[in-house]
Write a protein that binds this ligand. Structure first.
Ligand code: COA
Length: 323
């Protein structure tokens, strides 16, 4: 299996750190130093996750010179679907013109792209499908409390899409996925599901918004990124020195720096664009990959390690040889 094409899309509205200063008790300095973020994109009121996913998917299809009907299966990794059901992937596939093809969502929050790559690899390498379009797409801005300075500043909206296809040379070298759902409330959206349907009391208490134990997530993120990287490398029979590019989930610059320092990777091999996008959850890794490919930073034969973590808690890493 290989990635035939990759593309990204972000909504046009840009929210800067200075913008937040106007309505929150925060500063550009605090946000920059604590997170590495400067700007993020937020969807318009009438823009949903499928709209962003479709824009990225259209570009990926065009780059691969494919029609929507050439793809056998559509997967959307998202924590912010258009609806709880139907799956956003069904809407994406239909609007692209691929009615009748397989389509489903993958719900594992910020680890979605890593899990998605692994699921897609299983489907393509086993011969079930020839081509899969995997999109990480999010509109986190719709579910953060814009008055809560500890979460509002962190998240951005966007989408990154890859066309995966069967190929002689296999890009998928190894993976590690994991989850620990012992404490879902560490990072969750409490109301809206069957545990706590949305009602007036839930809305009055703000339970429809993202709730996060920031410090706990921070510690978990660093250790899980390091462990997942090492296990995935071991499965691929490679070592840290073999990594040409590390593309980490973009949640916090300090999380990335701490993990990279421990892994002893040179800075220039680590792709970071958090300053432009904030944390776009399942979209962050494919957006960073799309940028790197556009800038021609990645060459054929390079070993790219994707690593992420998120709500669940969940984590994962995939070792990939660029073809
Ligand atoms: N501006 C100014 N002050 C802020 C602030 C903001 N936007 N957000 C929080 N603060 C304040 C807090 O209220 C706290 O004040 P206090 O000491 O008076 O109580 C102080 O800053 C320190 O808060 P703390 O939570 O300890 O900061 P931190 O250094 O841990 O940074 C995060 C906070 C959220 C940036 C950090 O914990 C983080 O990135 N965690 C991981 C989050 C993540 O990755 N989530 C997504 C996973 S996919």
């Amino acid at each position: 299996m290989r990635i035939a094409s990759v593309a990204r899309h972000a909504p046009s509205r840009v929210v800067t750190n200075e913008d937040f200063e106007r309505w929150l008790d925060t500063t550009d300095e605090w946000i920059s130093v604590r997170t590495g973020m400067k700007r993020r994109h937020w969807a318009a009121d009438d823009e949903a996750t499928s709209d962003l996913a479709i824009a990225a998917a259209r570009r990926a299809l065009a780059d691969a010179k494919l029609e929507a009907g050439d793809v056998d299966c559509y997967i959307v990794a998202t924590a912010t679907p258009d609806y709880i059901f139907p799956a956003t992937a069904c809407i994406v596939a239909a609007k692209l013109g691929a009615v009748g093809k397989a389509a489903f969502d993958l719900s594992i929050a910020c680890s979605g792209f890593i899990y998605g790559l692994t699921v897609a690899a299983g489907l393509v390498r086993s011969g079930v499908y020839q081509r899969i379009l995997l999109v990480g797409a999010e509109t986190l801005s719709k579910i953060v409390n814009k008055q809560d300075r500890s979460t509002a500043i962190l998240f951005g909206d966007g989408a990154g899409a890859v066309v995966l296809e069967a190929s002689e040379e296999d890009s998928f070298l190894g993976a590690e996925l994991g989850a620990d759902g012992s404490n879902p409330s560490t990072l969750f959206q409490e109301a809206g599901g069957s545990r706590h349907p949305v009602d007036h009391a839930a809305v009055d208490a703000g339970l429809q918004y993202v709730h996060m134990e920031g410090r706990e997530v921070f510690k978990f993120a660093v250790t899980s990124m390091i462990a997942a990287t090492d296990v995935a490398l071991q499965r691929a029979h490679l070592s840290r020195q073999d990594i040409d590019f590390l593309i980490p989930h973009q949640a916090n610059r300090r999380i990335i720096d701490a993990a990279v320092k421990y892994l002893e990777l040179p800075r220039e091999r680590v792709l970071v664009n958090i300053q432009e996008y904030g944390n776009t959850s399942a979209a962050s890794i494919p957006i960073a990959l799309a940028e790197a490919v556009e800038e021609r930073r990645i060459s054929r034969g390079d070993v790219v390690l994707f690593v992420g973590f998120g709500a669940g808690l969940s984590w994962g890493a995939v070792v990939w040889r660029w073809q």
